[in-house]
Design a binder for this molecule. Structure first.
Ligand code: MG
Length: 229
């Protein structure tokens, strides 16, 4: 086997990216139940990306509290719970599996590969993840908000390889390039591959590896199977 383990990103890789439009609609709905000004709420929420995905602020409740404080808005507990529920509902709704995700992961497991996940995400994602049919097919899942580190920090890759008991050199890393994850994977010695699904129009607003990537690339998860042989 060329690799011992295959490590995946989550959003835009094993599951769909959610639309910006839907996200903004949900943030407006949250602002409305909190009686907060919509545009300011959205801007502050998006501005706390780093704090939400590294768990400095537990999202959604901690982040809601922080944004409301900055806006000098004082919602009661019922309003906060309601806004948090709206955010959780969005995660349940948008975390849709790529159509070949279960098939590809099952195949990798059958063939004896170890499987990992490294995701930059907030707390909502970790809760919904547990109910996805992918969860039992991933040996080690590392979530940025739970370990306090995000990609492309070398330590988050090492957390995965240590738990998988593999060397980074023996890992194929598959991601859609968000969080400059492919650069990070290269730096620790993994073999990275960019996945971009045709027709997906989502634009990553944060620094990423997509535009300047000249390494290997696939347009579906199924194509990964040919790379590991
Ligand atoms: Mg991604």
């Amino acid at each position: 086997m060329k690799y011992t383990a295959v490590i995946f990103d989550l959003f835009g890789t094993l599951i769909d990216n959610f639309s910006d439009e839907e996200y903004r609609k949900v943030l407006a709905e949250m602002a409305s139940v909190l009686s907060a000004p919509s545009d300011d709420f959205e801007n502050l929420w998006l501005g706390l990306f780093e704090e939400r995905v590294t768990g400095v602020l537990e999202s959604p409740v901690g982040a809601i509290g922080c944004v409301c404080q900055k806006l000098n808005v004082r919602p009661d507990n019922a309003q906060i719970e309601n806004a948090a529920r709206i955010r959780f509902d969005m995660s349940r709704r948008v975390m849709k599996l790529r159509q070949d995700a279960v098939k590809v992961l099952s195949h990798l497991k059958t063939e004896g590969y170890k499987t990992g996940l490294i995701s930059d995400c907030s707390y909502e994602t970790t809760v919904v993840w547990e109910d996805l049919p992918l969860a039992p097919l991933i040996d080690v899942a590392v979530f940025s908000c739970l370990v306090g580190i995000k990609k492309p920090d070398a330590r988050i890759y090492h957390l995965a390889t240590e738990q998988l008991e593999v060397r980074p050199e023996d890992c194929l890393y598959v991601g859609d390039g968000s969080s400059q994850e492919l650069t990070g994977a290269t730096r620790v010695g993994m073999s990275p591959v960019l996945i971009r699904i045709p027709d997906e129009t989502w634009e990553d607003p944060y620094p990423n590896d997509v535009r300047d990537w000249s390494g290997p690339r696939v347009s579906s998860l199924t194509e990964v199977l040919a790379l590991v042989k």
